[in-house]
Unconditional design. Structure first.
Length: 476
């Protein structure tokens, strides 16, 4: 018996020291030969996550983590099989589900959330690993969380249609997984995403009315932070900066999303630069940040194309960007569920003017509920940190059945730390980090905070006051 115990302990340790298999080499991700026989959102196959899931640096102790292989479609309407992950906290509430869309921001399935969530995943997925700090706050509330690989098997980064279809099909799968996960098919469901995740979340909410009307009674709203409405704004803001690595990832994603564009790239990019671009197609965003730190792609003295910035005036490129933009064309699908936007005016990666214009258009076109929380001090990374308290407060109200705003409501604050209820939620995020690192059971040994206290209110007002005095913080 002692020998068996030793072997069991060794097996457990070994499982946590072996790196998980990347998706492109994992047969579970492969579409079956009878894929067309399944309906959109059907579960084709499922398994427990092959490695323990993680927080930022340590394993995340949840009751279960499931991977579902799901039938969906790409932007061209072709059937695909994509993976989505369902996290089950201890003391889970079957009536509450959040679909969290990570900012994958890369053109390869090997950077997908289902992989980056796994303990000992590659360092290139570090950015997504950091987002798990927000996911564990959702789990602490007892909510189920579903995390779709919304770029699909081709890594179709920048494709709004692909992201939208995959996001809602992932939700469909989660809601039909009661026998596997315990989620009620009637669960109230919200979407949440920041930066690249906001793009996928918005497109999910946008295609739902026509593509997935069966979800109408489930969806209660979507929280969208650092709102990406079109990718050319992101390229223009990032080129030649700390975040220049986004540019090659976006370009490779455009080709993955629309293979016909490769002819344009072949013709317009200088040969050596074209070879370099194509050689980096498998880079996760953190790797790209390192490789392209402060490099110019379209600007500077030696742009990668002969046309420089006029590359985006080429009709095929312009059309591809426009067809995947948000809040620009009135005849593009739009969300019918309540939306909560939070964005900082000094955002140096995702320019604020894109959010503002889309907000104005959605309001002019008659959206039922759109709340816009504007921060005067937060750059992109700071809003990703302090703005999440506002998002969590809003999500909790929606999942508890409270009424959203009617029509459009735009409020400007020095910081979204001052959003009503954000103090409690920020305290929740912060307190969950050390307890998770200690190996506490998420949802059972990580108490859910629901009420403001004197300490949280002092923290809220103090931080809000400091940020207000300092003024805009791009946090480059």
């Amino acid at each position: 018996m002692k020998l068996l115990t030793v072997f069991a302990c060794l097996a457990t340790v070994l499982a946590q020291t072996i790196r998980p298999t990347i998706p492109s080499e994992d047969d579970f991700y492969n579409a079956p030969s009878n894929l067309t026989s399944y309906d959109a959102g059907d579960i084709i196959d499922f398994r427990r996550a092959p490695n323990q899931v993680r927080s930022l640096f340590t394993p995340l102790k949840v009751e279960n983590a499931w991977q579902l292989l799901v039938k969906s479609q790409n932007a061209r309407g072709e059937p695909i099989a994509m993976v989505t992950t369902v996290l089950v906290p201890y003391n889970a509430d079957p009536s509450k589900l959040v679909s969290y869309q990570y900012a994958q921001d890369s053109a390869t399935m090997d950077c997908a959330p289902s992989y980056s969530l796994l303990y000992r995943g590659e360092i290139g997925t570090f950015v997504q690993q950091a987002e798990t700090l927000l996911v564990q706050a959702l789990l602490t509330k007892g909510w189920y969380v579903v995390l779709p690989d919304y770029e699909g098997p081709d890594g179709a980064f920048t494709s709004g249609w692909q992201a939208g279809y995959a996001t809602v099909d992932s939700i469909r799968a989660a809601l039909s997984s009661k026998s596997i996960t315990g989620i009620s098919p009637n669960a109230d469901t919200a979407l949440w995403g920041f930066s690249g995740g906001s793009f996928a979340s918005t497109w999910g909410a946008s295609v739902q009315p026509e593509y997935a009307p069966d979800l109408k009674e489930n969806l209660v709203g979507a929280a969208l932070g650092g709102w990406v409405t079109n990718w050319t704004d992101v390229i223009a803001a990032s080129d030649g900066t700390t975040y220049a690595g986004l540019v090659p990832n976006i370009l490779n994603g455009m080709i993955k999303s629309n293979p016909d564009l490769k002819e344009v790239f072949d013709a317009e990019f200088k040969e050596d630069r074209r070879k370099e671009l194509y050689s980096r197609t498998d880079d996760c965003v953190f790797t790209s940040f390192i490789n392209y730190l402060n490099r110019d792609i379209f600007g500077g003295d030696d742009p990668w194309t002969e046309k420089g910035w006029d590359f985006f005036k080429i009709p095929e490129i312009k059309e591809a960007v426009l067809n995947n933009s948000i809040g620009v064309l009135k005849d593009t699908p739009r969300p019918e569920i309540p939306l909560f936007l939070y964005h900082g005016t000094p955002d140096q990666i995702v320019p604020f003017n894109g959010s503002q214009k889309a907000y104005e258009n959605f309001c002019e076109w008659g959206i039922d509920s759109l709340e816009f929380a504007v921060s005067e001090t937060s750059g992109h990374l700071l809003e990703a940190t302090v703005g999440n308290g506002a998002a969590l407060a809003w999500l909790e109200r929606m999942l508890n059945g409270e009424e959203p705003v009617k029509g459009c409501n735009r409020t400007v604050r020095s910081t979204n730390v001052l959003y009503p209820g954000a103090d409690v939620q920020l305290s929740q995020v912060i307190s969950t980090i050390p307890s998770s690192a200690r190996g506490s059971k998420i949802g059972e040994e990580t108490p859910n905070k629901t009420d403001s206290s004197l300490i949280t209110r002092i923290f809220q007002q103090s931080l809000g006051g400091v940020l207000g005095l300092i003024g805009p913080i791009p946090l480059r």
